[in-house]
Design a protein around this ligand. Structure first.
Ligand code: 5GP
Length: 214
């Protein structure tokens, strides 16, 4: 079974004053949880593992927007580097799907899935690239929609998986980090659209949740 780099409950992250944080978010961040450099290093290894498993046929990389766009871009850069420098290489094409399942830091009742015509995935090897899995509800909804289009293979990579007792038990094929049950932002993960423009994955102050609440 896939496992990711584990961050334990007692790991509180890093003092934000030791990192570069955009001025407009300085007051909102409690701690830096996963520094950008560590995200990139782990992503490099995920790219290698994925190419070892899937790297013999054309891959359709499916980006789950909006939270997955940074991870998607960096993962594909690493996969491209492997394609450029390895003995073998495979074409990668990209597709995008947009899912909304949260408002503030809570799940919405309905999951909305919008995107390109997914029938293009018929018969293809699909790599779904997601930012975070909490209960697994969003991914299960997406996978059932994708399966209707009969791809040849579907693999899922998630940068983060949250260790929570709300989990349905769903685990993706590849995992970047396994994190405690805390709400995180940054590296394209948002709180009501804010904090996507922050490089590190961070924990918010409670008063920031109030400030950006809708
Ligand atoms: P699930 O359906 O697995 O419970 O939740 C997955 C979705 O919830 C993710 O795609 C993401 O949009 C959102 N989500 C869950 N936990 C977090 C979190 O800690 N931070 C942010 N920014 N989004 C989260």
């Amino acid at each position: 079974m896939a496992c990711g780099l584990q961050i334990k409950d007692e790991d509180s992250g890093y003092n934000k004053n030791l990192f570069c944080i955009p001025k407009h978010y300085e007051e909102d961040i409690e701690r830096v949880y996963i520094p950008h450099g560590l995200i990139l290093d782990r992503t490099e290894r995920l790219a290698r593992d994925i190419m070892q498993d899937m790297g013999s046929h054309h891959i359709v990389a499916l980006c789950v927007l909006k939270g997955g766009y940074k991870f998607f871009a960096d993962l594909l850069d690493h996969i491209k580097a492997l394609n450029q420098n390895g003995d073998k290489s495979v074409p990668i094409t990209v597709d995008f799907v947009r899912i909304k399942s949260h408002c503030n830091d809570s799940p919405t009742e309905k999951i909305s899935i919008a995107g390109e015509e997914l029938s293009a995935l018929n018969g293809k090897n699909v790599l779904v690239v997601e930012d975070i899995i909490e209960t697994g509800r969003t991914m299960k909804a997406l996978l059932s929609k994708l399966k209707d289009n009969e791809p040849k293979m579907i693999k899922v990579v998630s940068l983060l998986i949250k260790m929570t007792n709300r989990s349905s038990g769903y685990r993706p094929d590849y995992i970047g980090f396994e994190i405690p049950d805390k709400f995180v932002v940054g590296y394209a993960l948002d709180y009501n659209e804010y904090f996507r423009d922050l490089n590190h994955i961070c924990i918010l102050k409670e008063k920031a949740k109030e400030k950006y609440k809708i």
